[in-house]
Design a protein around this ligand. Structure first.
Ligand code: NI
Ligand code: MN
Length: 226
């Protein structure tokens, strides 16, 4: 499986068989994105919550690609999804698609679409091709990272470090420790002035204080999950 970072909190996971999951596709409004929305042809789009920097271009990409949209059951009624395939599930629930198991996890954060109720923000555990990816979405640090999420054997934790809207770098170090994540890919920083962070300082602190390895990806960069 390949993990591509597309800027801000957008990632694409591509299986050996070509099955592609796009996460939080904030592309057209994102100055850090190097690709265009038309470059994405996923089979599945996972959305963590309704904020514009996460929902992003999900509907447009789903329309163009035929991808299934999956997210919180209360998110889709807030959106014009007529004609699109949507899966609305909820915390603790799993979906099985394209050989992957995706579990919706809690996140401490808000959600709305243009001021309308859009359910709760969430994260995802994605088990695919023998690897376990934790996509935290937007969240504060929370104790269940150690108990509930720490059970999964996380190979790659995709964690926000920007502060202000989410946990900052110090709490992300604690999150990595509690999650017992083998690798951490920082996200949700530097896109806006209020979430500017020194990512190299985060990497140094993470690797000094935890067993986790920090992988800093530039937008458009892709790695092979090992
Ligand atoms: Ni948000
Ligand atoms: Mn956000």
């Amino acid at each position: 499986m390949k993990i591509a970072f597309e800027g801000h909190a957008c990632f694409q996971l591509t299986g050996a068989d070509g099955f592609t999951i796009l996460l939080d596709p904030y592309i057209s409004g994102n100055a850090a994105a190097v690709k265009k929305t038309a470059d994405f042809k996923p089979q599945l789009i996972l959305v963590s919550h309704g904020h514009g920097d996460h929902l992003g271009d999900a509907l447009e990409i789903a329309k163009a690609s035929g991808a299934t949209l999956a997210g919180a059951a209360d998110l889709w009624p807030a959106l014009p999804t007529a004609g699109l395939n949507t899966i609305g599930f909820n915390m603790g629930g799993s979906i099985y698609i394209g050989g992957a198991q995706i579990i919706m996890t809690a996140a401490w954060h808000g959600s709305n679409v243009n001021g309308a109720y859009a359910g709760l923000a969430c994260g995802y555990i994605i088990q695919m091709e023998g690897k376990t990816i934790y996509f935290a979405g937007d969240t504060a640090l929370f104790g269940d990272m150690s108990t509930v999420l720490g059970r999964y054997g996380i190979d790659y934790a995709l964690l926000p470090i920007g502060d202000y809207y989410t946990m900052g770098p110090d709490d992300a170090v604690t999150a990595a420790h509690w999650l017992r994540a083998k690798n951490v890919i920082p996200m949700h920083y530097n896109t806006f002035p209020v979430i500017k962070q020194e990512v190299q300082a985060f990497k140094a602190a993470l690797e000094a204080k935890t067993e986790s390895r920090c992988l800093i990806l530039q937008p458009g960069e892709e790695i092979e999950a090992v």
